[in-house]
Design a protein around this ligand. Structure first.
Ligand code: AMP
Ligand code: GLY
Length: 420
């Protein structure tokens, strides 16, 4: 089979890597890819927002199916567009992608189907939002409705902070805003919960815990994710059942009643409070860096899983996983998530990786056979082991060997599951 992967981050390198392991896969194309995907796939330099160019390339090269990594093309309707031309795509359509594309769409669905989530209000202008905020308890959470590359969420400690958030949102910091979402601050522990669905049936696809803050001890600014471990320490059969019954199944039912089936990965960002799950947000794709942590644990041929989903035969398959622990640490450019330099060389040739060690590239490119940095999050180093401590020790050892002067990383990823 010939497959195509859309995207250029660590998640997409991990997707390509997992497909490449299969003897069913003859060729992989990555649009546009990075220095890591270049070694296992053909990188194709097409703007992923240009659906027509993508479609022409896919048709010309007779690619059997396409996997979409990031949210933006999904929310913009790439699946609907490519399917119109009889191209097989694994990912949700435009309506289903509203689960990520519109936080208010998801909140309304939660209300209609009694899905546990933080209490919320939707305000149509800053005047009503601010008058509500004058009498509420802090901290409080203020969110822009649409996609904001992880930046449209404010946790405000007092009225002054909250009013800055409301004004920034209505001033168009995250695109034109017709409303703002204000919700209760939930105190608990976060967990990323994944399912994979073919539109008819679904299966669980693992759990993980991300570390979103830039500094050790979960301090500093929010980032795309500084590292993750899998499985989440919160995962139990009892909690899984609650998540499925109270959150996942009512959501799929709600979509069905909108005449919409969900095909793709679905990522529920949860807050677990006293063993009860609350939905914080949906993402209509794999997490990054959760994907890099999870996929190396997959035993079943990944290409077969996706093929079965495309054929709507996922129920025929038993998805198997290795039973060990996995940790991913992200090597970032100094200055991330603010300003940082690109085009700094990285040298990986001397590394001697064992079979339970993986490097997934994110912001990298190759120029004249040299790897150069090309983004804030640059590499994902992943180790699998019997326990989290040795997985993290191995990962840190590799990072130490890479010894990239322009980089930094969190040494405490997984601190909640590792006793020092
Ligand atoms: P989101 O982009 O919706 O995932 O929000 C970013 C981060 O803000 C989440 O990962 C949480 O850490 C935090 N957050 C969002 N909503 C809430 C909430 N209602 N209560 C507490 N923390 C929240
Ligand atoms: N790990 C957070 C995200 O993928 O949105």
């Amino acid at each position: 089979m010939k497959v195509g992967v859309i995207g250029s981050g660590g998640r997409e390198h991990a997707l390509c890597f997992s497909l490449k392991k299969s003897d069913k896969i003859k060729e992989i194309f990555c649009f546009p890819g990075n220095a890591g995907t270049e070694s296992i796939a053909t990188n194709v330099d097409i703007d992923i927002n240009d659906f027509e160019k993508l479609k022409n390339f896919i048709k010309q090269n007779k690619i059997d199916f396409i996997l979409v990594g990031p949210e933006k093309p999904l929310v913009d309707g790439i699946v609907d567009y490519l399917e119109k031309f009889d191209i097989k795509v694994f990912g949700p359509n435009k309506i289903a992608s509203k689960l990520e594309g519109s936080k208010i769409f998801t909140k309304k669905l939660c209300k209609k189907y009694q899905i546990p989530t933080a209490k919320f209000g939707i305000f149509l202008n800053s005047k009503t939002a601010l008058s509500f905020l004058k009498n509420c308890n802090f901290p409080i959470v203020i969110k822009a409705d649409g996609l904001a590359a992880g930046k449209g969420v404010y946790i405000s400690e007092n009225f002054t902070e909250a009013s800055i958030a409301v004004n920034e949102i209505f001033d168009g910091k995250f695109g034109k805003a017709e409303n703002v979402l204000i919700e209760e601050f939930l105190k608990g522990e976060e967990m990323s919960f994944f399912i994979i669905s073919d539109g008819k049936s679904y299966k669980m696809f693992g759990t993980a815990q991300d570390h979103k803050r830039v500094l050790e001890g979960d301090k500093g600014k929010n980032t795309g994710g500084m590292g993750a471990y899998s499985p989440s320490r919160l995962e139990t059969d009892k909690l899984n059942i609650k998540i499925i019954k109270k959150i996942i199944e009512p959501t799929l039912k709600g979509l069905k009643e909108l005449n919409c089936e969900y095909k793709g990965f679905l990522y529920a960002g949860l807050m677990v409070v006293n063993e009860e799950p609350f939905l914080i947000e949906y993402n209509v794709r794999m997490g990054d860096p959760e994907c890099q942590t999870l996929l190396p644990k997959l035993k079943t041929d990944f290409s077969i899983i996706i093929k079965k989903c495309i054929e709507k035969k996922l129920h025929e398959l038993n998805i198997e996983w290795f039973d060990d622990k996995s940790i991913c640490i992200v090597l970032c450019s100094k200055g991330y998530p603010d300003k940082y330099k690109n085009n700094i060389p990285l040298s990986l040739e001397k590394l001697n990786l064992k079979k339970n060690h993986f490097i997934f590239h994110a912001g990298t490119k190759i120029i004249e056979k040299k790897i150069l940095s090309n983004g804030g999050r640059v590499l994902n180093i992943v180790s699998r082991s019997n326990d989290f401590k040795s997985a993290r020790d191995d990962t840190l050892k590799i990072l130490n060997e890479i010894n990239w002067e322009n980089g930094f990383y969190r040494k405490d990823i997984g601190y909640k599951v590792i006793q020092e």
